[in-house]
Design a protein around this ligand. Structure first.
Ligand SMILES: *Cc1c(COP(=O)(O)O)cnc(C)c1O
Length: 437
């Protein structure tokens, strides 16, 4: 690098927005010098570097780790052919092959694929499909989405409108956001039985909300089984089954946002499999390319595809510039094959057991409210807001990169972490929390 670390960081702070950040009081950022396997190599500010296990997998994407030879090769091979072509009037093998593979591995009724550039856009497309579907069915007043509190579906406007109204900062955008229909958050806990009183009360509330808004709702939109950025919050498969029933009863479509949960993260390839529920529309993103490039996909049933295509617009009205980018499709296909070519389920179970053991001691710390693990997701919930700079620093000193938010310290590590690396993530998180108490 031709200039000093200090200068790069100063320019970064002056010029660049970071996620959910202020330019007046920029938070500390660290300079990445490299990344390979499960480790980031960070500049130490003294002419050297320090390594840290990426316990975040680059926001849940890098399931195979960095510089994976198979994924590196997939990108290089595609660059040597062509990097991008428009998708209007043209097609290419990486898109077709990836589309085939996604249709094969997702729930059986999903038969058609729309490729776009980010998770948020895939949710926009899902909602557009649902709105066009209801218009084509002649159900004209159905312009709203039904969702539950606590969700997260992305940062563009329509996804934001179905995010939790409080966590999603709806108050900042009052008047600019579509007012969606919100039911209560499902009661916490993957293992909650279907005859549990809290579940039954929730189900009654949801039935009432659905009935009340039956003529306004086009689709139900939720993250199946695990709400991610809304709170790292698992809920029971029974809740998802009820949403499917309500959708069928009232002619709503069911949109499942598996952008965070897809590709094995919760222990099944897609989280909806825990409930045996098939959506009408499915969104995938994040881990789709193994964290190499930005790509997402919206899948739908033949009923949805035909109804929209034969409806008044005569087409699905969406078409991004970088739709089905060949580099992204090629590396996504390689990443999916890499995942399916191994016993990924055993790897996720192994990580799950390691996180359960590693985070258990955190439950006894003062200031800790809850410790929970589902699949390869480990969460420690504190009694109040996290001290982000302190926790980040304390974990880094122990060789682990984390990015806590709100009251949550969590990890969604790459699946290729060894048992020792998972143990280190568990102890680093636990000790970092203990240090501040
Ligand atoms: C991250 C995420 C999104 C948004 O994806 P982007 O690629 O950041 O636009 C949407 N839904 C869920 C469940 C997510 O976790």
């Amino acid at each position: 690098m031709s200039r000093s670390v200090g200068e790069v960081l100063r320019q970064d702070a002056a010029l660049l927005w970071h996620p959910y950040a202020s330019l007046s009081e920029p938070g500390r950022v660290r300079l990445v010098r490299g990344a390979s396997g499960v480790r980031l190599r960070l500049d130490d500010g003294q002419g050297g570097t320090v390594e840290a296990i990426d316990a975040m997998a680059s926001w849940w994407c890098a399931i195979h780790g960095y510089r994976h030879p198979v994924l590196d090769r997939a990108v290089r091979d595609q660059v040597a052919e062509f990097s991008h072509v428009m998708f209007g009037g043209l097609t290419h093998e990486p898109a077709v092959a990836l589309g085939e593979r996604l249709v094969e591995i997702t729930p059986a009724p999903l038969q058609h694929v729309f490729f776009c550039d980010s998770g948020s856009v895939s949710v926009e497309v899902a909602i557009k499909l649902a709105l066009q579907y209801q218009v084509a069915r002649g159900r004209h007043g159905r312009t709203r989405m039904l969702t539950v509190r606590g969700g997260y579906h992305g940062d563009t406007f329509t996804p934001m409108s179905v995010c939790d109204p409080v966590n999603g900062m709806h108050s900042l955008f009052t008047g600019a956001l579509t007012e969606q229909v919100f039911g209560p958050q499902p009661p916490a806990g993957f293992d909650r039985p279907a005859d549990d009183p809290e579940y039954l009360a929730w189900a009654d509330a949801l039935r009432a909300v659905a009935a009340e808004h039956r003529d306004q709702v086009a689709a139900i939109v939720v993250e199946p089984i695990l709400q991610g950025a809304g709170g790292m919050y698992p809920y029971s498969p029974a809740c998802l089954r009820l949403l499917r029933e309500l959708a069928d009863e009232y002619g709503f479509l069911l949109i499942l946002d598996e952008i965070a949960t897809g590709f094995g993260r919760t222990g099944t390839l897609f989280a909806s499999e825990h409930a045996g529920v098939d959506p009408d529309i499915l969104c995938v993103g994040k881990a789709l390319t193994g964290g190499y490039l930005s790509l997402a996909a919206t899948l739908c049933t033949t009923d949805v595809a035909r109804t929209v295509s034969d409806g008044p617009g005569g087409a699905l009205m969406h078409g991004p510039t970088f739709m089905a980018n060949p580099l992204a499709c090629a590396v996504a296909l390689a990443s999916v094959e890499l995942l399916l070519g191994q016993d990924w389920s055993a790897e996720v179970s192994r990580i799950s057991a390691g996180l359960t053991a590693g985070l258990a001691p955190a439950a006894d710390l003062s200031g800790v409210k809850d410790v929970r693990v589902l699949g390869a997701v480990g969460v420690v919930q504190l009694g109040g807001p996290v001290d982000l700079p302190r926790l980040t620093e304390a974990a880094l000193r122990r060789g682990v990169w984390i990015r806590p938010f709100r009251d949550l310290v969590y990890t969604m590590p790459p699946y290729v972490c060894t048992d020792e690396e998972i143990a280190l993530i568990g102890s680093a998180i636990t000790e970092a929390i203990a240090e501040g108490n």
